[in-house]
Design a protein around this ligand. Structure first.
Ligand code: SAH
Length: 231
């Protein structure tokens, strides 16, 4: 069964976007995954197809309405749909490779993209949305975040990556950042490729890569090793 993504958005034209090209695009054409971009505005009921309103309690910006979003979600994900319902949100749990792997092993995802100040809290609770963040910064909408999440998931689907081994050695897969890479030319602007990598000694090469990965992780991301994150 292929991975089915339903994305709820005010900008369906943003999909598949970058995911229509390269690995993800070929997999989409091959039917390894499917993508449905649903226009939230189609679930508004007034003449102006309004999806947002002013925040209760006052303040700047607009908030996406719970009733309109609930209709859109119930259409995309009727009762019995086993797919997780995600809300892209800077307040969510930061996305990890572990969560990406879980999603890739499942039937798909229903993904709600916020706009404006975000969505009415009651919608999040009533539809059991899992808030997912792609990092500690603010995007103008959830669409680029959804594209990021789907890109990470799709490349893990069976048959998408040519060389399956390369996925297992990637950064985060073993709790470490990946070792540095080199390729020809043998010397670039006076910098040679490290000797060990052209030694042909596979055991030494593996040891060197492991040591470099650990060094890099200690320097850049001690939090991955269980220490406090860098400030
Ligand atoms: N007022 C909100 C930010 C709204 S940004 C706050 O301060 O928390 C508008 C929309 O962009 C959000 O509803 C969300 O869907 C999306 N978005 C912004 N930053 C994001 C991030 N880091 N990760 C995932 N989605 C994000």
């Amino acid at each position: 069964m292929s991975f089915a993504a339903s994305v709820l958005t005010l900008y369906p034209e943003m999909f598949p976007g970058a995911l229509g090209l390269s690995l993800a695009g070929r997999a989409l054409e091959a039917g390894t995954w499917s993508l449905e971009a649903i226009q939230i505005r189609d679930f508004a009921t007034d003449r102006h197809r309004t999806v947002d309103d002013t925040p209760a309690g006052g303040g700047a910006g607009m908030v996406m309405r719970a009733d309109v979003l609930a209709r859109a979600i119930d259409h995309a994900s009727p009762p019995g749909d086993g797919r997780p319902r995600l809300l892209m949100s800077p307040r969510g749990k930061p996305l990890t490779q572990a969560r990406v792997r879980e999603l890739a092993a499942g039937p798909g995802a229903v993904i709600l993209c916020g706009r404006f100040e975000g969505v009415d809290q009651r919608l999040i609770e009533a539809r059991g949305l899992e808030e997912v963040s792609v990092g500690d910064f603010i995007l103008s909408g959830g669409e680029p975040a959804a594209l990021v999440l789907l890109d990470a998931v799709v490349r893990l689907l069976p048959g998408v990556m040519g060389n399956a081994v390369s996925g297992e050695e990637e950064s985060f897969e073993n709790g470490l950042l990946e070792h540095p890479h080199y390729t020809r030319p043998q010397e670039f602007e006076g910098r040679p490729i490290p000797d060990v990598l052209i030694s042909g000694n596979h055991k030494k090469i593996a040891e060197w890569r492991r040591a470099e990965a650990e060094k890099l992780t200690r320097e850049r991301r001690p939090d991955l090793l269980g220490a406090d994150p860098p400030r």
